[in-house]
Design a protein around this ligand. Structure first.
Ligand code: JHZ
Length: 431
């Protein structure tokens, strides 16, 4: 089946029972259009993972949406069964890249690679989903003419205020055309942790090809579905993440738009991600890394149901182990807090039914989250300085992707007898 750019494969519109908020139910795969999709796992109904609640709205019902993971048996894309309105999820956004210190080094190294390899003197580089401009600022420091596209009003405002040119838009063909006529073609389009959030992936691919120079590259970074399966990272499943990506379905998507993968690299961010570089077909050499990636995905049998059945079983066992560890700690009278008011943490807390009676508060470095309450569970989010002073007996590490950093940063807590619980892949005490 061939789909035109911009055409969404959506079926019925459904409604949340308490608040009447509408959402779309997918009728077929967003990459190849095949259907129906087959269910891999259901995590029940949850609120939106970044919809932290203000104190004055705690008594109001929160919209809840089914959180179900589906697999396309044709192209292999793993995706959610529903699509919540992106206006609701992204126009005001509390996740700020700059609040996670280790991400600064990651983006700095990345910016230096992009500047050297793809953006010689002053070339235009466009970052889609530029958040608060952390990567844009690293690119700027290296002399790259970097422009961001960011749908969140508050983050685009902050980035522009810091002198980092950011267009407050969702990335569409119309925006790509305007940007190209204003600034010329881009040598590189960067999309880090954003393609999983895009419903209309074909529209995205069309917008990229509109903007890119003939020899330009698209570089995408996203959590790899193999890491999701191998490390039981079920908490990274939430409504913002519409797709759980791998090399094969992406090759198929971009092929229809004249792009081919030329290099792939595994990177450690967000529990195991992939960085794939795409160029226009035949314009750049294809490195061995592409064949290697395809071999590793084939070896993992991502095209069969088995790894997903195993995954679903490991998810249930992971939940049981965590709930039991927390229950027995509370029975012993131990106090428990959490660290990192992450989006994934909210999937975990809601799916495992962990509330403020078990976890007293969540400490977080993001100013925009502090003073709010976690969606669904209503656990208060406090500043990380509170955690340093308070020293609870146990701390549930909801930002487990930064475990090494967090353990170093909170050495004195550990030295005073505090312990962390890493919930993924299976609950484990540190030390
Ligand atoms: P972090 C985000 O998910 C959101 P989240 C998004 N939807 C996405 O796609 C994924 O990333 C990939 C805090 N923190 O990165 C800062 C501390 O408090 O794991 C952040 O709130 N102390 C775009 O939200 C959170 O933890 C620390 O020392 O699951 C980290 O969020 C550090 C390092 C972080 O992503």
């Amino acid at each position: 089946m061939h789909l035109d750019p911009g055409r969404l494969v959506t079926g019925a519109v459904s409604q949340d029972a308490t608040t009447g908020t509408t959402y779309k139910v997918l009728a077929g795969c967003r990459i190849c259009g095949s259907g129906p999709l087959s269910m891999v796992l259901s995590l029940g109904e949850t609120p939106l993972a970044n919809s932290f609640v203000t104190a004055d709205r705690l008594h109001e019902a929160e919209p809840m949406f089914p959180l179900e993971l589906m697999r396309c048996t044709e192209c292999g894309l793993v995706q959610l069964s529903v699509v919540v309105d992106p206006e609701l999820m992204f126009r005001h956004y509390v996740y700020m890249s700059s609040a996670s210190a280790p991400l600064r080094d990651h983006f700095d190294n990345y910016a230096s690679e992009v500047a050297q390899m793809y953006a010689p003197d002053g070339s235009l580089v466009v970052e889609v989903g530029s958040n608060d401009g952390l990567l844009l600022s690293s690119l700027r420091r290296r002399g790259v003419a970097a422009v961001g596209i960011e749908p969140s009003v508050n983050l685009a405002l902050a980035a522009n205020g810091a002198g980092l040119e950011t267009w407050n838009e969702f990335f569409t063909v119309a925006v790509a055309e305007r940007l190209r006529s204003a600034r010329g073609p881009a040598q590189a389009v960067l999309a880090n942790n954003v393609i999983a959030h895009i419903d209309d992936l074909r529209g995205f691919a069309a917008a990229v090809t509109t903007l890119l120079d003939d020899r330009g590259v698209l570089i995408v970074e996203f959590p790899h579905v193999l890491s999701l399966l191998d490390h039981v990272e079920y908490d990274t499943i939430y409504h913002e993440h519409l797709s759980y990506l791998a090399g094969r379905p992406l090759r198929r998507l971009f092929h229809d738009f004249g792009l081919e993968p030329i290099a792939a690299e595994r990177i450690a961010t967000h529990g195991g991600s992939l960085r794939i570089v795409f160029g226009r077909v035949g314009t750049r050499p294809v490195t061995d890394s592409i064949a290697e990636l395809e071999r590793s995905e084939a070896a993992a049998r991502l095209d069969s149901v088995e790894p997903y059945l195993l995954f679903a079983d490991r998810v249930r066992r992971s939940k049981e182990a965590l709930v039991e560890m927390l229950r027995s700690a509370r029975m012993r009278g131990q106090r428990i807090a959490a660290l990192g008011a992450t989006a994934k943490g909210n999937t975990l807390l809601n799916y495992c039914g962990i509330g403020p009676d078990v976890v007293e508060y969540i400490a977080d470095t993001t100013s925009l989250k502090q003073g709010l309450y976690a969606p669904g569970t209503h656990i208060p989010v406090l500043s990380d300085s509170v955690f340093e002073r308070d020293r609870p007996d146990l701390t549930l590490l909801l930002a487990w992707n930064y475990a090494d950093w967090v353990l170093r940063k909170h050495e004195s807590y550990l030295a005073a007898g505090g312990r962390f619980i890493n919930p993924i892949p299976i609950a484990r005490l540190i030390p």
